[in-house]
Design a protein around this ligand. Structure first.
Ligand code: C5P
Ligand code: MG
Length: 192
């Protein structure tokens, strides 16, 4: 199995690149942000809870997100592996992921691919995406800045854990989308 953690701040291109990677290597993309938005749209209890955090640009509490991810991983699927897009976002989520992947898939995280993009470019990209995404958390510059703040406060340290395991690879996330994909593909080929 190949199990990829696609890592990076909001607006770094995780969703786009996760899709490309999933097609290239036949991997199932699991986007926790998309799962939350699906629940919000369908007005589930989980959606209502998540919305109260997402609309402020804050992280949803760990256990809520971990439980949702676990349910998703338990669904039967015919795949060579998984791409985790937007998860893990905290140290607790990273530790939980390691455990779930071991228990549910009898496997491990193969690599953490990290998209590197400057903060000011992130803000510009998210404002632009907000013109069409319909996402409440893309529509306000204060919320966008808070998401980036949450990233530095809680998520950035996740990189250290994968660095320690020798699984962390940075790729420049600024430039032509397909060129970035090619760089990511090359990193995956190296560990296949
Ligand atoms: O990954 P994405 O940018 O789509 O996530 C949107 C929002 O969902 C985040 O800003 C956060 O509020 C919430 N989220 C979370 N924990 C995750 C993934 C997403 O709290 N692991
Ligand atoms: Mg995304």
């Amino acid at each position: 199995m190949i199990n990829i953690v696609l890592f990076g701040p909001p607006g770094s291109g995780k969703g786009t690149q996760a899709q490309h990677l999933s097609e290239k290597f036949n991997l199932k993309q699991i986007s926790t942000g998309d799962l939350f938005r699906y629940n919000i749209k369908n007005e589930t209890e989980l959606g209502k809870l998540a919305k109260s955090f997402i609309d402020k640009g804050e992280l949803v509490p760990d256990q809520v997100t971990i439980d949702m991810l676990t349910d998703e991983l338990r669904k039967p699927s015919n795949t060579n592996g998984f791409i985790f897009d937007g998860f893990p976002r905290t140290v607790a989520q990273t530790e939980a992921l390691e455990k779930i992947v071991r228990q549910e898939l009898n496997s491990e995280i193969s690599i953490c691919l990290s998209l590197v993009v400057d903060d000011e470019i992130l803000v510009q990209r998210l404002i632009k995406r907000g013109e069409t995404s319909g996402r409440t958390d893309d529509s306000d510059v204060e919320i966008i800045r808070n998401r980036i703040k949450e990233y530095y406060a809680k998520t950035a340290e996740v990189a250290e854990l994968y660095k320690k395991q020798g699984k962390y690879v940075e790729v420049n996330g600024v430039g032509d989308i397909s060129e970035i994909s090619e760089k990511l593909f090359a990193e995956v080929e190296k560990i296949k």
